[in-house]
Design a protein around this ligand. Structure first.
Ligand SMILES: [Fe+2]
Ligand SMILES: [Fe+2]
Length: 128
């Protein structure tokens, strides 16, 4: 089951709320894929895409103001994921989203949060 767990906590309350919400939409997308509710899956994917875009923008602004040195690489990871979501949205017009695809998205996000996002935490805390 896809869900946000405490080991994904960055300790930055606003960003944890964002991450939790992203995981909630991923879980909705997974349920829609399992139940083959095509229209709802497309809706959940669009919500996920919009929410992810806003979250990435918020994260990038915080990293920038904290002077985080890995900003460019981090932004490139965000851009790659957004491209992937965009491609998936196009594909979802023609074929149902599979649970395997949802699992790949969830694995990417888990890896991104635990490795890439965690790297900015000390900088954000220092700049407060
Ligand atoms: Fe990130
Ligand atoms: Fe993040």
């Amino acid at each position: 089951m896809i869900e946000w767990t405490v080991d994904l906590s960055t300790g930055v309350p606003l960003l944890d709320v964002h991450h939790r919400t992203i995981f909630e939409w991923l879980a909705e997308l997974e349920r829609a894929a399992v139940d083959e509710r095509t229209l709802f899956a497309v809706y959940a994917l669009v919500r996920l895409k919009h929410y992810t875009r806003d979250h990435f923008a918020a994260e990038e602004a915080l990293m920038k103001s904290a002077g985080f040195p890995g900003l460019a690489e981090h932004m490139a990871e965000h851009a790659a994921f957004r491209t992937r979501l965009g491609e998936l949205q196009l594909k979802s017009m023609e074929q149902d989203i599979s649970t395997d695809t949802v699992k790949l998205l969830s694995d990417w996000l888990t890896h991104h949060i635990t490795k890439t996002d965690m790297a900015y935490v000390p900088y954000l805390k220092k700049s407060k």
